[in-house]
Design a protein around this ligand. Structure first.
Ligand SMILES: Cc1cc2nc3c(=O)[nH]c(=O)nc-3n(C[C@H](O)[C@H](O)[C@H](O)COP(=O)(O)OP(=O)(O)OC[C@H]3O[C@@H](n4cnc5c(N)ncnc54)[C@H](O)[C@@H]3O)c2cc1C
Length: 440
């Protein structure tokens, strides 16, 4: 195929590539698109560890549980068309093991070295697996890659077993959903005291936990796995609290992710939990950019530099990097932490900071599993939780996904001004309108 080289054919040699993109997720794809759209005509060389075309990690559980077909995991196509259309030289199956920001070169595990004029690092993140789980890796499942999706699908379609899900995260709840839909016996464990501790109010968490318990999911919160023992094709987890141990056939690890940046030298590039970038997605090194889950961008609510591991954030950061690499000065102001998740026929939306307000409005409807919570600090709306509130969820999703990223504002109150959905909310909850007026 013209313009496309596949990693297996690579021998040890050096070449000069004007732009090098490391990684093959949405941040990389959007970076390439933006560079080309903004007039960059030089060569682009993409180096990725995996063999597949760009895929969407958030669809892993949907494919595994049979909700979508294999091809749907590839938003840019399950083929090489995108790379050809954007004239990208492709090196798949070639993990980058070293990036020398002074020499301006990237080196793969196979000893292939490519020099860059500008480089975008978009290597995403990987699930965290604590050392105590390393010697039982055959029993441990992760949910990130295409191979993970295929393996998890095999598990779901096999004999119904006992499964321990570690991590009550958004990924964890997707795993739980897939497992209980297929009739597995599930225990969900997390060190936090409640589900979704970073984004949900405790009262909302309790409602969600109730939904899970009604589906026979055993919940072990406020405790951690202390050690694991393997015996007779099973693993037994012992916990830090007084509670009983859990024996399971396998473990799904959903307890957070870490940025894929071990190939960078911290003496050269400023790193924290991710690669530090400015609003132009520039790192501390000249001509080196970073975007997506590997980059530590700006939380517009707090002004802090942090990783916001969201698909839309990855795309916008990638786009911003590509534009700036092509010479168009463009800022990405950052985004708000937000989670929009649909699980077990329920809709949860968590936006901003729910934990550190000084005033709040709350509605709890236990009978119908409905919950609404608005949190203010210094009269500024800083956080929202909604569980099963269809009157406003569409508007909110739109507001966040389309509006917030393109017209960033740290003030969610804009949402409340004169719109139909809020009026529906006010009709249902008259106290809420009063509260918003009070907070003006
Ligand atoms: C199960 C699951 C559910 C999710 N649900 C949601 C959701 O509901 N909403 C939402 O907004 N987000 C969700 N996310 C997060 C979202 O998928 C990520 O934020 C997004 O994919 C980040 O894109 P990225 O391009 O930065 O990284 P990735 O998509 O991870 O791409 C990184 C790429 O870099 C490659 N790579 C890694 N290391 C190297 C190396 N050393 N050398 C070469 N290549 C390398 C990888 O193979 C990969 O191709 C979910 C994620 C998961 C796993």
């Amino acid at each position: 195929m013209p313009g496309v080289k596949v990693g297996a054919q690579v021998r040890r040699y050096c070449m000069t590539g004007n732009y090098v993109v490391v990684g093959n997720g949405c941040a990389a794809m959007e970076g390439i698109k933006a560079a080309r759209e903004n007039g960059y005509k030089g060569s682009i060389c993409l180096v990725s560890d995996l063999l597949q075309p760009s895929y969407n990690p958030m669809l892993v559980t949907y494919f595994a549980s049979g909700k979508i077909d294999y091809d749907m995991m590839f938003p840019y196509g399950n083929n090489l068309d995108f790379y050809q259309e954007h004239d990208v030289k492709l090196y798949l199956g070639s993990p980058v093991v070293n990036l020398d920001a002074e020499e301006k070169s990237v080196e793969t595990a196979k000893g292939f070295k490519v020099y860059y004029d500008k480089c975008l690092v978009a290597t995403g993140s990987s699930p965290v697996i604590p050392p105590s789980f390393h010697n039982i890796s055959d029993y441990v499942y992760t949910l990130r890659t295409i191979d993970d999706a295929v393996r998890f699908r095999k598990l779901l379609n096999g004999e119904k077993k006992k499964v321990l899900v570690v991590g009550a995260s958004m990924v964890g709840i997707k795993a739980v959903e897939a497992l209980i839909d297929k009739g597995f016996d599930v225990c969900l464990v997390d060190f936090a005291k409640y589900i979704f501790p970073m984004i949900a109010h405790k009262n909302c968490s309790l409602l969600i936990q109730d939904i899970l318990e009604k589906k026979d999911v055993r919940l072990r919160f406020g405790t951690a796995v202390e050690r694991i023992e393997e015996d007779d094709n099973k693993v037994t987890a012992y916990f830090t609290d007084e509670g009983p141990c859990e024996t399971a056939d396998c473990i799904i690890m959903c307890a957070g992710v870490k940025s894929n940046m071990s190939f960078l030298d911290p003496e050269q590039v400023e790193l924290d939990r991710g690669i530090i970038v400015n609003e132009y997605m520039e790192t501390s090194c000249p001509d080196l950019y970073a975007a997506g889950d590997v980059a530590q961008g700006r939380d517009i609510m707090t002004g802090e530099q942090r990783i916001i591991g969201l698909w839309s954030n990855g795309r916008y950061q990638g786009r911003t990097a590509g534009m700036n690499m092509a010479g168009k000065r463009m800022k990405y102001h950052g985004t708000l932490p937000h989670n929009i998740t649909h699980f077990l026929e329920h809709d949860f939306i968590g936006i901003g900071n729910i934990l550190n307000g000084d005033d709040m409005y709350e509605e709890i409807d236990e009978e119908n599993n409905r919950y609404a919570c608005f949190v203010w600090k210094d009269k500024k709306l800083i956080g929202i939780n909604l569980l099963n509130i269809p009157e406003i969820s569409g508007l909110l999703k739109n507001f966040i996904v389309k509006g917030l990223v393109t017209k960033p504002t740290a003030d969610l109150s804009a949402l409340a001004n004169d719109n139909l959905a809020m009026n529906k909310m006010y009709n249902k909850y008259p106290r809420l309108e009063k509260k918003f007026l009070e907070m003006r």
